[in-house]
Design a protein around this ligand. Structure first.
Ligand SMILES: CC(C)=CCC/C(C)=C/CC/C(C)=C/CC/C(C)=C/[C@@H]1[C@@H](COP(=O)(O)OP(=O)(O)O)[C@]1(C)CC/C=C(\C)CC/C=C(\C)CCC=C(C)C
Ligand SMILES: Nc1ncnc2c1ncn2[C@@H]1O[C@H](COP(=O)(O)OP(=O)(O)OP(=O)(O)O)[C@@H](O)[C@H]1O
Ligand SMILES: [Mn+2]
Length: 311
């Protein structure tokens, strides 16, 4: 048999401007909260974040999107090989091209990208988490990694000797700027999990640690039936408190980001954290209603976060 030569590598036939425009459109469509934050950034950073967002979204879609049923470990292996190609300057399509170009301006570490794929692998082979430590690893992989990727674009000085802003409690300050970026990702993911409890349950998934359910005497059957009683309220209060602790840890880091990144990150943090307030206001009913932050609250967060960022 004649061996066919390996297909020549063909670069995507799309201009860089078109590639970034594509990423902007995807971000604007899928992530209204984060998109608002990116509009507050200078253009170069904004484009870079869009390119990263799109790669993350596509990775997430592999196990969460409409084609998820056909995704296997082999699909993720392929996606990981393609990631290596992006980092080697061989983008496969327009959206990859935007990320390859971003790497020229911001030499990102590939490891958080690999870690995120490892997080999606967890979604393929497990639907329960026994302990919070296990859930935290999952949250690091699918969301803490976003913090690390974004941090390299936003820029910051971990050794800055500037005083903490009046908005943060210095006693919450622990760890490095990287830890705080990871903390924001974890806080967001925990919020996401609490908002989507009902939706995830209907897909057979429980992200709340089973040890927590047990501690509050709430069973998987209760969860399936969407029981809202005092056990559930106490369990949710505990979860919300834990998520807020991660937000507090993250807040410390925002003050050490480069000046032009503080406002967008403060606003993203405030917008996402408010979902927790809405869950409380809905009396912890995450089974029948989706907690969303109203447009007027979102709008109000913009000047408030600008004010916080200017200290
Ligand atoms: C301005 C800003 C916050 C930029 C970051 C934008 C970015 C690159 C987002 C990528 C998000 C993404 C698609 C991740 C894939 C996995 C995933 C879906 C995670 C969940 C996001 C929420 O998405 P959504 O609600 O659409 O999910 P559903 O499909 O609806 O379930 C997550 C909750 C994780 C998001 C995590 C972050 C945005 C991390 C933010 C951290 C920083 C920007 C670091 C800041 C630095 C310091 C020092 C605090
Ligand atoms: N145009 C769209 N087409 C397909 N899916 C979408 C579209 N817009 C949003 N989604 C998906 O629907 C879900 C809900 O979107 P929604 O607009 O309520 O959240 P959001 O405003 O993007 O908030 P967040 O910033 O928390 O993602 C998300 O998981 C998102 O991925
Ligand atoms: Mn969304």
């Amino acid at each position: 048999m004649l061996q066919l030569p390996r297909a020549e590598y063909v670069p995507p036939l799309i201009s860089l401007d078109e590639a970034y425009e594509l990423c902007r459109q995807v971000t604007a469509t899928y992530a209204k909260t984060f998109y608002l934050g990116t509009l507050l950034m200078p253009p170069a950073k904004r484009r870079a974040i869009w390119a990263i967002y799109v790669w993350c979204r596509r990775t997430d879609e592999l196990v969460d999107g409409p084609q998820a049923a056909t995704t296997t470990m082999a699909t993720l292996d392929e996606w990981e090989a393609r990631l290596e190609d992006i980092f080697a300057g061989r983008p496969h399509d327009g959206m990859d091209l935007a990320l390859t170009a971003t790497l020229e301006h911001y030499p990102l570490d590939i490891q958080p990208f690999r870690d995120m794929i490892a997080g999606q692998r967890m979604d393929l082979h497990r639907s329960r988490y026994e302990t919070f430590a296990e859930l935290e690893l999952y949250c690091y992989r699918v969301a803490g990694t976003v913090g690390l990727m974004s941090l390299e674009v936003m820029g910051g000085n971990p050794y800055s000797d500037r005083l903490c802003s009046p908005w943060v409690d210095p006693y919450q300050a622990k760890g490095t700027l990287k830890d705080q970026a990871i903390a924001l990702g974890i806080a967001n993911q925990l919020t996401n999990i609490l908002r989507d409890v009902g939706e995830d349950m209907r897909r057979g998934r429980i992200y709340l640690p089973l040890e927590d359910l047990a501690a509050f005497n709430y069973t998987e059957e209760d969860l399936q039936r969407g029981v809202i009683d005092d056990r559930w309220r106490a369990l949710m209060r505990f979860q919300i408190q834990r998520a807020r602790q991660f937000y507090r840890e993250a807040e410390v880091g925002v003050a050490y980001l480069e000046r032009d990144a503080r406002w967008p990150v403060w606003s993203a943090l405030m917008l996402y954290r408010q979902i927790l307030d809405v869950i409380e206001a809905n009396d912890y009913d995450v089974f029948n209603r989706r907690a969303f932050v109203s447009d007027w609250r979102k709008l109000l967060s913009i000047p408030i976060s600008w004010f916080k960022a200017s200290f």
